[in-house]
Structures are given as structure tokens and as C-alpha cells.
Design a protein around this ligand. Sequence first.
Ligand code: KG4
Ligand code: ZN
Length: 351
Amino acid sequence: MLVLAIETSCDETAASVVLDGTRILSDVVVSQMEIHREFGGVVPELASRKHIEAISLVVEEALVRANVTPQRIEAIGVTRGPGLIGCLLVGIATAKGMALALDIPMCGVHHLHAHLFAVLLDRPDVVFPFVGLVVSGGHTSLFHVKSPLDIQLVGKTRDDAAGEAFDKVAKLLGLGYPGGPIIEEVAQGVDPGSVRFPRALMEKNNLDFSFSGLKTAVLKRVEGLFEVKQRNDRSGSFHPLVPPVRLQEARNEIREVAAAFQEAVVETLVVKGLRCAEKYASEKLVVCGGVAANRTLRRRMTEEAARLGIEPVFPPIRLCTDNAAMVAARADALLAAGKTDDLGFGALSRW
Ligand code: KG4
Ligand code: ZN
């Protein structure tokens, strides 16, 4: 089946044409990162407007690159949620318009299920059932993927997502946005020495995550280091605490804090991911989402998994971050099982 898919849940406008859920004919992603960088995070209203500006061009480009006319598309998949409501609506409205005009079926896709299905685009040999860890800016979730139509959420974060913690801590340290790649770079080759931050909910059998205590521990450490106090912010988000000049002077301390923070996140993800794979007797642990780009996570997960005879599977980075090819892969599985949505379906900010 030739599926056109659309993804607009956050700050990437993406469209893709995929054949039979496995062959990517085109995969177009327009990122708004530069626009949101100056605000230190995604601004929802701005993101929706940018999706409106980009969506037609992105869909057209996906069709051109796939070398297909709209009339050859057999079905449409679109991210229904979870995500930013205004952003989701842009993709859904476009999908509905096209499905109506072309008189073809359409289906709404769960964004996190799409992340899990990204692995099948790269590794069709990954068979069901398997365990998957989706670790991104908005989510840190563990799934037992029993079959394409039976995906159970078995663990999730109780507060911040791992990527969100990277972004907030980078902001706090005055390092910029998005935080993940910057913290990874700053922490590169750094031994955190005596700096050690707490790991939350590590008790046996617990598959949930919590990163807000870690974020606060970093805040306290930085406050102590520079003898400053974070001003009260009702939004709950952090601001750079320290003037850039002093940060430059304290480069080594900042690098140690970044390394200790990264270590705490990575250890938590490795322990819980592998615990989950063991619990469900899964030979493979699929790790996807933007944070799966982290090289320390990849290395540590690979080392620890080997001890347990588990194979960690990381899709290529391009398929880890938000894209529409994964939405097409997921939609293909749903459509093949006769799961379609009519024009009445709406966006779900939480799902
Ligand atoms: O999956 P994604 O592209 O978007 C969604 O949130 O859905 O993930 C973005 C997140 C950001 O929080 C970013 O800081 C984090 O992934 N990230 C990383 C790395 N690259 C991106 N976190 C840690 N290490 C990285 N190398
Ligand atoms: Zn995502």
C-alpha cells in the first residue's frame, strides 16, 4: 500500500511517502528549531503558525521526491496525538482535506507508537513481541509491543521527560537549546569526579521515571557553586543563573555538572530499559526518540545489554527524531488491519 503520512505534533513539519510500511520513497522534515532557539524551548502558538506556513510545501515536496502523483496515494496517515494541540490540528486538517479530495481512507496515529514503528523501517527483522523505550523531549515511556495491534504502556515518567530535563539543565547552565546535544558535547570525556546526582525510583520492579528531582539537584549545585539564587519563576522553567563571563571562568565545574547529570539520566534509562526487557523476556530492546541520539546512552546500553544477552536496537538518528516515515509505517499496520478514521476525528493533546 502506498501511504502518505503527515507529522506536526511538535516543532517539525514532516511528510513522507512509504510503500508497504517498509520502503521509504520520500521523507521530508522541516525543523523549526532555529525559530524556537531564542526562546529556549518550543513556543506552541508560534509552532502552529509555522506549520500552517510550511505544510502544503512539505507535502508537495514529499510527493515530488517520491515521484508520485497525489492520485497514486492509496491512504493517508497522520499523527493524532499526543502533542501540541494547535500543531496537531494543522496536520489533521491537511490529512482530512486530502483524504476527502482523493477519496481514500485515512487513519490517525499515536505519536509514540509511530516512534516504535520507526525501527521496522530500518530493521524489518525485528519481530513482535519486543520491548521499546521512547525517550524524547516530550516523553519517556516503556512499551511492551506484543503485536502491531496490541501495544501496552508499561512505564512512563511521572514528571519531566528525559529530553526535557536535558533542555532545562542546559538552559540553567547557560548552554543554549536544544540541551541534549550541547550537554553531550560539554560532558564529552569529562569525569564528573565527586559530583553525583540522585537517581529516582530505582527500586526493584519499578518501571516509571522521574527527572524533576534530578533537575532540582543540579539547580542546587549550581546555586552553591556560584553563590546565586534562582529567582522564583511561576512557569516552573529555569533561566540561565549565572552571567556568561562567570560561566566561562567556571568551565570545568560546569562540565563536571553536565557530565554528572548525563550520567544520572543514562544510568536510569539503561537500568529501566533492560529491566523491562528482562521482565517481558524480550531479546531486543528498541530505543528511539531524540535522546536515543546520545552516544553515552548508546555505549552504556550496548555494554550492559550484552551482559544480559539482550540486543539493543537503535534506529538511525534521522528516524529517532520526529519524522513522518514512522507515521506512515504505523499507519500502514493499522490500515492493513482495517483500522480507519472518518472525517470526524480530532486531535488529542494527551493520549
Ligand atoms: O524526539 P525528538 O526529536 O522530539 C520530541 O520531543 O518528540 O526529541 C528532542 C529531544 C530534545 O529534548 C533534545 O534535547 C533531545 O531530544 N536530544 C538529546 C540529544 N539529541 C537530542 N538528548 C541527549 N543527547 C543527545 N545527543
Ligand atoms: Zn517525538
